[in-house]
Design a protein around this ligand. Structure first.
Ligand code: ATP
Ligand code: MG
Length: 578
């Protein structure tokens, strides 16, 4: 394609709100254009990258016998009411009414719609298993859309769903999809890692996220330096010491002391001159909007709300509202387990067991209790793991040292089980004529986020360095002297040879009337892997110059060998990836 036809408008300046390199570069390269917060135009150059990613996904899913379909973006509320999610899916679900006052939403994910399709089609055990997917625009009204395509409100997702009559079959498909995802992200040329993730309160479920490794990633990944264990921070566990710490000498009995206005752990530890590790904090949460629960955890640690939510088998967890607590008579800032309202369930993190001679809220305003020895004073609480694993903790699998890195979640595979099929009364008739509920898996990839993640991982000060498989064009031809007839002829010939060849190579032909410097800058910025530079000087000695974007190496190639050379270079770059 010729540069002007390709509709490429590069910018010199970074967009003012962009924090991430991928956001800056995609905008400056003329790949995306913001329409509204979290809503973007995919301009031709960006859309070529998206299409290439989609096609790699399609190729690999075909190997797993997945069938592609397309579901609507606008989904009637009835389906979401059937699954129950209309009630508890938060504000990310954009809800609206049509002219007849019927409720609808914009699909943020399509479990309900696919389950409806499947229950109307797959009535016999002979119809199983099936694996369906679509690549479609999703809408989630994210609180903080940011980072360009990384966290949009409207974004392109590949979402897939499988249906099975039994657990073994689901397990097999789950791991086949895991393998397909591994092939997809490998082929895309990315450094990535699959990590265990939280599957919510439904027991027995399994899920893995695929993360592109990048320091700018929003997610923290905990991994073992010795074995394969890796999990996201919500899920990650560590070796736990389940024993109460023993005191070497006798600890005085608990005693309430005045701590006027000292509410935070920092204030209390400074005031009482004790380290934060000797404090125990009591946090209150609301589960599923109505159940108040409390958790005790060592003052220097953060509570892992996902683990707490799962422990109490809830769907939604929120920190309790301070004003409401005060109105209900809770001594906010001085909370402790003693004399708590009996309907509030209390759990405690294992870390509390390590405290000796500690401090805890006295459950009355302006007082804390000192000389707490959990073994003696808090022996009957329900202890579990509510903290985060971190660098330096020990691996729960092999005992090796844990370390942390950052990642961008680009995909997730999930054993859903019967959550949707049961709620939506999906059944099939088994071999003996009985009605049975099928079990499901679901598999997502953020297509736009993957493009952005690829750029986070592959760029330099001059712009994007696209991995060959997803570059908008594999090769560009830069005609430096548009006045030089011979140069024009050579460049045109190479361009037409590539266009007409059956190699499937896509070339971007820059025949603009622009200065060489402008062209060099543009092609580096948009990240084309191979650049053929056709200029008067080289032609005089019978050569053109080939620049490889990733390492900026340049080579002179004889004019009559250039076509074969480009084909060979592209193959080389592809081989490097797989
Ligand atoms: P996150 O935790 O980042 O909000 P998620 O876990 O809610 O994502 P999933 O429901 O697992 O997202 O969706 C599947 C994939 O869709 C994700 O792995 C991610 O790559 C992509 N995705 C999710 N939300 C967005 C978004 N707001 N913008 C772009 N891509 C997204
Ligand atoms: Mg996810």
């Amino acid at each position: 394609m010729r540069f002007n036809e390709a509709f490429i408008y590069t910018l010199r300046e970074d967009p003012s709100e962009a924090e991430l390199v991928s956001h800056k570069l995609m905008t400056r390269a003329g790949m995306i254009m913001k329409v509204s917060a979290g809503i973007y135009n995919y301009l031709p150059l960006g859309y070529r990258v998206i299409k290439k990613i989609e096609n790699i996904i399609r190729e690999e899913l075909a190997k797993e016998h997945c069938a592609e379909l397309l579901m609507p973006t606008v989904v009637p509320a009835e389906l979401w009411r059937e699954s129950g999610r209309w009630g508890y899916y938060g504000k990310e679900l954009l809800r609206f009414k049509d002219r007849k006052e019927n409720d609808f939403c914009l699909g943020p994910t399509h479990e309900e719609v696919i389950t409806d399709i499947a229950r109307r089609s797959m009535k016999s055990y002979r119809d199983y298993p099936r694996n369906l997917y679509q690549i479609q625009g999703k809408f989630r009204d994210e609180t903080r859309p940011r980072f360009g395509l990384m966290r949009g409100r409207e974004f392109i997702m590949k979402d897939g769903y499988s249906f099975h009559t039994n657990e073994e079959c689901l397990d097999k498909t789950y791991w086949n999809m895991h393998a397909a995802y591994t092939r997809i992200f490998t082929k895309l040329g990315l450094k990535f890692r699959s990590v265990e993730a939280d599957s919510g309160a439904i027991g027995g479920s399994v899920t893995h996220e695929f993360h592109v490794l990048a320091d700018s990633g929003e997610d923290k990944i905990i991994f073992c330096t010795k074995c394969d264990y890796a999990a996201n921070s919500e899920k990650a566990s560590k070796q736990i010491n389940d024993n109460f710490a023993q005191a070497n000498n006798e600890i005085a009995l608990p005693q309430d002391v005045e701590t006027p206005n000292k509410k935070s752990i920092e204030e209390v530890s400074q005031f009482l001159k004790i380290p934060q590790e000797k404090t125990i904090k009591t946090l209150l949460y609301v589960i599923d909007e109505d159940k108040l629960v409390a958790v005790l955890i060592r003052g220097d640690l953060e509570c892992n709300e996902v683990k707490l939510r799962n422990f109490f088998k809830g769907n939604i967890i929120e920190a309790a509202d301070e004003n409401r607590l005060l109105a209900d008579g809770f001594a906010v800032g001085f909370l402790g387990p003693v004399g708590f309202k009996s309907d509030v369930k209390i759990a405690a993190d294992y870390s509390v067991k390590s405290v000796i001679d500690g401090v805890i809220g006295a459950n009355k305003k302006d007082f804390h209790t000192i000389h707490i020895l959990p073994k003696r004073d808090l022996p009957d609480l329900e202890y579990d793991d509510f903290s985060f694993a971190d660098k330096g903790d020990l691996c729960p699998v092999c005992g090796g040292l844990l370390d942390v890195c950052r990642g961008i979640e680009v995909g997730q595979v999930f054993k859903l089980g019967t959550k949707y099929s049961k709620a939506m009364n999906m059944t099939y008739i088994d071999e003996s004529g009985e009605n049975k509920t099928p079990t499901m898996g679901c598999y997502g990839i953020g297509v736009g986020r993957t493009a952005a993640a690829a750029i986070e991982q592959n760029h330099d000060e001059n712009g994007i360095i696209f991995p060959i498989e997803i570059a908008p064009f594999s090769v560009s031809i830069l005609l430096l002297d548009a006045e030089d007839k011979q140069a024009v002829e050579i460049a045109e010939k190479l361009y037409l040879d590539i266009e007409n060849a059956e190699t499937g190579i896509d070339a971007l032909f820059d025949d603009r009337q622009e200065r060489p410097g402008v062209k060099f800058k543009d092609h580096d910025l948009i990240g084309i892997p191979i650049q053929v530079i056709v200029g008067t000087r080289g032609i005089k000695s019978g050569t053109v110059e080939v620049k490889i974007r990733e390492n900026a190496t340049k080579e002179s190639v004889a004019i009559d060998k250039i076509f074969e050379y480009v084909v060979k270079k592209i193959e080389e770059l592809k081989r490097k990836i797989t």
